[in-house]
Each structure stands twice: as structure tokens, then as C-alpha cells.
Design a protein around this ligand. Structure first.
Ligand SMILES: Nc1ncnc2c1ncn2[C@@H]1O[C@H](COP(=O)(O)OP(=O)(O)OP(=O)(O)O)[C@@H](O)[C@H]1O
Ligand SMILES: [Mg+2]
Length: 281
């Protein structure tokens, strides 16, 4: 495995060593300094090890540093201290794709061109790309809007464009920041099932941020709960439901039990984060 060069790499990647975890976050912190304000300690120290082909869900109160964590893993932000390493095979021209919380799509490009954006960088011929793009547009219910511009789309449709763009690349590591948050409950369930099927067919390492405990338990192999800012890992639970999974696991008694446990971990953190926000006014 190669190591991505924008991230620091602990140790060597010699063949004699056992396979390294896909993602290692070690003692990572991040602060932001904004002009005229004292530094905001946004995240950490954070320790997290994510295995190859693991689907990890991250939950935590609003403002605790979840998006910051994803951006650090993506290499878009550097940690203020600590280390982050990602192992990739080197077979993919674009090993990591990210679905941004604010969609990150270009208003001056059509839906089709936005979805094609990452694929173009893979150097595939245009006919092949068109086929892939059409396939993802259809899967996400966007075919009718292929030639529309984002300004003419609803928030949920823009979010689906962003998901389509990331999935079309078929990266080794998929980072998804609340990718279904803007969807209505029914469509959200449809896309959760779609994502389960996609992941089942082609396992990838996924780090998926969500505010929905149900979504985390439905999709994840593991759910990590982050504390109030600065976000740290305060709970890390394995999700035992067998794969292939469907939405039917929601009715499992264990599902309700795990959701209760997650809620018990999360609730004091949400309150703490909210109270801290009030103090700052
Ligand atoms: N570029 C930045 N400049 C200054 N502060 C920032 C920046 N990005 C994030 N922050 C601060 O870092 C903290 C964590 O933000 P982050 O966006 O990671 O939270 P989050 O857990 O993703 O929240 P949400 O659930 O609302 O999306 C917040 O206090 C935020 O104001
Ligand atoms: Mg966020």
C-alpha cells in the first residue's frame, strides 16, 4: 500500500508488515484562529483507527468538529497537532472522494458536468464517462435534471448531485458529511437502501457523518460518538447486524437498544455544546 503524501505517515509500509489500517488518526487536534477572536479549539485530541472496507458512522453535537475531522482525513485541512495517515493501493487515480455538507457543487456547471467533474480527472474516455454519469444520475433520481444548473434545483437535489459525483469516482475511501440531511424522510430511506446495496456490491472504506442515530445504526459497522467541542471519541460501538442489510433491521429489538445507548452517550454532549454556545453570547 502507498501512503498519501499530504498526510504524515507513521512507520514504513514494508511488505513484511501486516496490512495497516486504512485510516489512522492519532492524537489529532485542530484549532482555528480568526481575526479579532480568540482561537477556537474545534477538535481533539482525537484517536481513531478505521479498517479497510469498514463503514464508520460518526455522530456528535452540532459544532463538535465532525466536518473538521472529515476535512482533515481528506487532506483539505492540516491537523494543528497529531498525525493522520491514509493507506491507499495506488490503483485509483482519485483514491478519496468527499460529499461536502454544503454540497460543494459548481453553480455554473450543469448537473451532468458536476457529476462528471471528478471522473474527468481519472482520464477515462468521454463515452465511458457519459455512461457512468448517466447511471449515477438515474440511481439518484436526477436523470430529468441532467442539463439543469444547480440554481434550478432544490437543496435535496443538489445534495444528490454531490453524492452522485463522489460515488461516480468509485474511490477507495468515501467521506460523506451528512449526505442525506436535506432529503425528505421517504427519499432518505430510499437512498439509504441504495447506499447499503452499493456498499454491499463494492465494499469501500466509508466515513459517514450523520445526526441520525437510526441512519448510523442502519448503515455502519461501527458508530463513533463525539463529545461536545472540542470533539473527542467518547463512545465507539460495533453494530452487529449481519450484511447484506436492509431497512428491516430497524424493527430489531437490538436496534432499539443500541439507539438508546447511543442517545444516552450523546444527549449530555448536545446539552453541553448548546450551553457553551449560550455562554459565548
Ligand atoms: N474555517 C473555520 N474557521 C473558523 N472556525 C471554524 C472553521 N471551520 C470550523 N470552525 C469551527 O470549528 C468548530 C467545529 O466545526 P465543524 O464544522 O467541524 O462542526 P460540525 O461537528 O461539523 O457541526 P455540524 O453538525 O453543525 O455540521 C465550530 O466551532 C466552528 O465554528
Ligand atoms: Mg458539519
Amino acid at each position: 500500500m502507498d501512503q498519501i503524501d499530504h498526510l504524515t505517515a507513521p512507520g514504513s509500509t514494508g511488505e513484511e508488515k501486516p496490512a495497516a489500517p486504512r485510516i489512522t488518526v492519532r492524537d489529532a487536534t485542530r484549532s482555528f484562529v480568526t481575526a479579532g477572536r480568540s482561537a477556537v479549539h474545534a477538535m481533539g485530541p482525537m484517536d481513531l483507527t478505521i479498517g479497510d472496507d469498514e463503514f464508520l458512522c460518526v455522530v456528535g453535537p452540532s459544532g463538535c468538529g465532525k466536518s473538521t475531522l472529515l476535512k482533515i482525513i481528506a487532506g483539505l485541512l492540516a491537523p494543528s497537532s497529531g498525525e493522520v495517515a491514509i493507506n491507499v493501493s495506488g490503483e485509483h487515480r482519485i483514491p478519496i472522494a468527499m460529499v461536502f455538507q454544503d454540497y460543494g457543487i459548481y453553480p455554473w456547471k450543469t448537473v451532468r458536468a458536476n457529476v462528471d467533474l471528478g471522473l474527468r480527472l481519472t482520464g477515462r474516455p468521454s463515452a465511458e464517462r457519459r455512461e457512468i454519469v448517466d447511471d449515477w444520475l438515474a440511481r439518484l433520481g436526477l436523470t430529468e435534471f441532467a442539463d439543469a444548473y444547480p440554481g434550478a434545483l432544490s437543496g435535496g437535489m443538489r445534495q444528490r448531485v454531490s453524492v452522485a459525483r463522489a460515488l461516480a469516482i468509485d474511490p477507495e475511501v468515501l467521506l460523506m458529511d451528512e449526505p442525506f440531511a436535506a432529503l425528505d424522510a421517504q427519499l432518505r430511506e430510499v437512498l439509504q437502501e441504495e447506499l447499503l446495496a452499493i456498499w454491499q456490491a463494492r465494499r469501500r472504506t466509508v466515513v459517514f457523518v450523520t445526526h441520525s442515530l437510526e441512519e448510523a445504526l442502519l448503515l455502519g459497522d461501527r458508530v463513533v460518538v463525539m463529545s461536545a467541542r472540542p470533539g473527542r471519541v467518547i463512545a465507539d460501538i460495533n453494530v452487529p447486524f449481519e450484511r447484506p442489510r436492509t431497512g428491516a433491521v430497524r424493527t430489531d429489538a437490538l436496534f432499539a437498544k443500541l439507539r438508546g445507548e447511543l442517545r444516552t452517550s450523546l444527549q449530555p454532549q448536545v446539552t453541553a455544546q448548546f450551553d457553551a454556545g449560550k455562554d459565548k453570547r
